[in-house]
Design a protein around this ligand. Sequence first.
Ligand SMILES: Cc1ncc(COP(=O)(O)O)c(C=O)c1O
Length: 352
Amino acid sequence: MSQYWSDIVHKLTPYVPGEQPKLANLVKLNTNENPYGPSPKVIEALKLEAADTLRLYPDPNSDALKAAIAHNYHLNANQVFVGNGSDEVLAHVFHALLKHSQPLLFPDITYSFYPVYCGLYDIQYQTISLNEDFSINVDDYDQPNGGIIFPNPNAPTGIPLALVEIEKLLQKNTQSVVVIDEAYVDFGTESAVNLINRYPNLLVTHTLSKARSLAGLRVGYALGAPDLIEALMRVKDSFNSYPIDRFASAGAIAAMQDVKYFEKTCRQVIATRESLIKDLTDLGFDVLPSGANFIFAKHQTKGGAELTAQLRENSIIVRHFKTPSRIAPYLRITVGTDAQSEILISTLKKVL
Ligand SMILES: Cc1ncc(COP(=O)(O)O)c(C=O)c1O
């Protein structure tokens, strides 16, 4: 607290990201990074970018990157917005499209950055309880609102919502923007991208941090009607003209173009996830259905906090959320390599 702070800063409760420990040799399964490195073509592109041209500003509109992304989804470049990680894209989305007189709606258990953006931009919001089984019931969102946002698959549950449900929501909710945060969609969840040309109020956000193994490069994007994209550009150009630096642009373009590598690593992660779910179930865990690169699991007898601490003593880091109490028994475990799964399972056998 300080007399020099603005009123809004006094009231902020910032997001706390998952720990990035400095210790080596940890089995790090806490922040949903990809266990496989980026495509070798990304590394090559980054090396080429380390050149004299770094003295020049990057393209403020990121035209080449937008074109590469648009090409992937058969969209036009004016339907693409890019930012410094999808967190920055989401911040602009909250500011540009979700601040209205009616409350923004999102699930009570979801990505915990959403209420933080509401605090930053002074947006009123109302949380909607998930069903008993942690799934989203789109009928619950059928009420006056200034916007709707949720991840699909949801985080931290990992549960995917079928596309027909999203379409049902869009058919009913035409007066405000519906944002589907598809940070984890490439690990086996149906994407809503193909609905963009039919629903002018649908915005889909993606990140290169997960399925494209580039959490360290910080690139995310939003896809939607040109009108929504223009609102985001207006906010971006009132904030930072150059959110995508030359390295981020070159690396992200190469990552979007190497579709084969992306598909191969996604398949590997999904295969590891399925065997991990089986092994955890055999050890007495209840595991929620996952369409993500992480799973949400609770042990039938041992509590979430205790298990997290025991894993940590054995150099394995997973994520545990103390609140709300409904999810306190659960561990959120990132899907790593098969070798990391083996270490996790053998450690659990020891501590359980
Ligand atoms: C649901 C969800 N959305 C968005 C993000 C942000 O990803 P990034 O800023 O790395 O693109 C995350 C990161 O963990 C997430 O879990």
